[in-house]
Design a protein. Structure first.
Ligand SMILES: [Ca+2]
Length: 133
C-alpha cells in the first residue's frame, strides 16, 4: 500500500507545478490538520472524508487527489485555516480565478454550503500574500 502522511501531502502542495499531480492515498481524519496549514475536506467538518492541505497555495486542484483518492477539484465542503499567515482565499476557478472568499487565520468553514456559494466548487486556494480576494 502506498501511504503518504498528511504532512507530506501538505508540503508537496506548496511546491512548483513540476510536482503537481502526485497523489496521496492515506486516510486522514479532521484532527490531522497541522498547525501552519490550511486544510480542506470533501465532507462537512464533523464527518470523515478525504482531505488536502497546504501552507502557501494550490493553484489548480484538478491536478490533485484527496487523501481518500477522490479528485480534489469541485468537491471541497469544509475548510480550516491553521496557517501561519493572516488568511486564505478560496476561489471557484484555478489560478485564483473567479470571486474568491476570504477565510481568516484560525477560522473554519464547517459547511461551505451554509455560509458560502463555494460548496463543491473550489478550484484553487492561496494564503494572503500570494493572491488577494
Ligand atoms: Ca471550480
Amino acid at each position: 500500500m502506498t501511504r503518504r502522511s498528511w504532512g507530506r501531502v501538505a508540503v508537496l502542495a506548496a511546491l512548483p507545478l513540476t510536482l503537481m499531480g502526485m497523489t496521496g492515498t492515506a486516510h486522514a481524519a479532521q484532527g490531522d490538520c497541522g498547525s501552519g496549514y490550511t486544510c480542506m475536506w470533501e465532507q462537512n467538518y464533523d464527518q470523515e472524508g478525504g482531505g488536502i492541505s497546504f501552507q502557501r497555495y494550490i493553484p489548480d486542484l484538478s491536478l490533485w487527489d484527496l487523501t481518500n483518492g477522490h479528485g480534489a477539484n469541485d468537491t471541497i465542503s469544509s475548510v480550516k485555516n491553521r496557517g501561519s499567515y493572516e488568511g486564505t482565499c478560496l476561489f471557484p476557478d484555478a489560478y485564483a480565478g473567479g470571486y474568491g472568499i476570504h477565510l481568516a487565520r484560525g477560522y473554519s468553514f464547517s459547511n461551505l454550503a451554509v455560509s458560502t456559494n463555494l460548496n463543491d466548487a473550489i478550484s484553487s486556494a492561496y494564503v494572503d500574500g500570494f493572491a488577494s480576494c
